[in-house]
Design a protein around this ligand. Structure first.
Ligand SMILES: [Mn+2]
Length: 307
């Protein structure tokens, strides 16, 4: 039959025409705005499926297509496989626009099977990462005026991307890490990831997009990134127990093997791209059979490498 990679290639063809991009981004915006309003930014994914989790892409289209070849359209159409992208589609790589358009076209085609999470490189306007070459890429391709208009459209789109995916009783997926500010204070998963009051919502979002795990039995330490914090194993143990999940899967950090574990194998980092500036030896993604009762104890067996 075909695979998700075939559908992604349709999105890449659209990249040559500015009007096609405007159309696809507009459609994705309408779809995601509805979804994010319904879910409050925390998308629920059913258990009893196979979960394809994809970490940072950063413009490495070649690796992205290799991963997407692992999901057949038959399995997607039957609802057997759901895909969660962990964010950071753009910046750094040579095919950042193509990578982003690929995930958007997949979302449009299979809205119930694809989750596109927000990364810190799909930023709120007041927290732009550095380097952030995506706007320059748009200007170089389409000229100053059209490039800037497109960038505004993308910024609007990024604001409706969900920041958390939750499989109840099993796991949570997000880009950066667990927030520390709502540690021990939140009574629901919604309070934990959105804050207890509206005024702190953007600070919690910044933590979800920017935090990294640290191997100390602490709550929080300053982050060398200049945004977010390092969260310690105290936060992870509390979170897993309080909200009855087994594992946190996140992206955000480059690792040489393409994956790493923190906090006693309960925090899995996936880095799903190759090439500069990290030159990691392999990229990794996970294809987890959640119907297997002991999946979380054997999680390393579900990690796949590309080199
Ligand atoms: Mn990141």
């Amino acid at each position: 039959m075909g695979t998700l990679a075939d559908i992604a290639r349709e999105g890449i063809r659209a990249v040559t025409e500015q009007t096609n991009i405007v159309e696809l981004v507009g459609e994705a915006y309408d779809l995601l705005r509805t979804e994010v309003a319904r879910s409050n930014g925390i998308v629920e994914v059913p258990s009893n499926i196979r979960l394809l989790a994809v970490g940072d892409i950063h413009g490495d289209l070649e690796t992205l297509l290799k991963i997407l070849e692992r999901a057949t359209l038959t399995s997607i159409n039957k609802g057997d496989v759901k895909v969660v992208f962990l964010g950071d589609y753009i910046d750094r790589g040579p095919y950042q626009l193509e990578s982003l358009m690929s995930v958007l076209v997949l979302k449009k085609r299979f809205p119930d099977s694809i989750v596109i999470l927000r990364g810190n490189h799909e930023p709120p306007e007041d927290l732009i990462p550095y380097p952030h070459d995506f706007p320059m890429e748009l200007v170089m391709r389409f000229g100053y005026a059209k490039g800037n208009d497109l960038y505004r459209l993308f910024l609007r789109l990024f604001n409706v991307l969900p920041h958390v995916a939750l499989v109840k009783g099993e796991l949570v997926l997000l880009h950066g890490g667990l927030p520390t500010r709502t540690y021990m204070r939140a009574s629901t998963v919604y309070e934990y990831f959105n804050g207890l009051e509206e005024s702190t919502r953007s600070e919690i979002l910044a933590e979800v997009l920017w935090n990294d795990p640290v191997e100390y039995n602490v709550v929080s330490m300053p982050s060398p990134r200049g945004a977010g914090y390092l969260f310690g194993s105290k936060v992870t143990s509390w979170f897993l127990k309080k909200f009855k999940v087994k594992v946190v899967i996140r992206g955000h950090e480059p690792t040489d093997k393409g994956y790493k574990f923190n906090h006693n194998n309960t925090v899995l980092t996936l880095f799903s791209r190759l090439g500069p500036p990290y030159y990691n030896s392999s990229a990794a993604y996970a294809l987890i059979d959640l119907s297997q009762e002991r999946w979380s104890r054997n999680i390393v067996n579900y990690i796949r490498l590309i080199s």
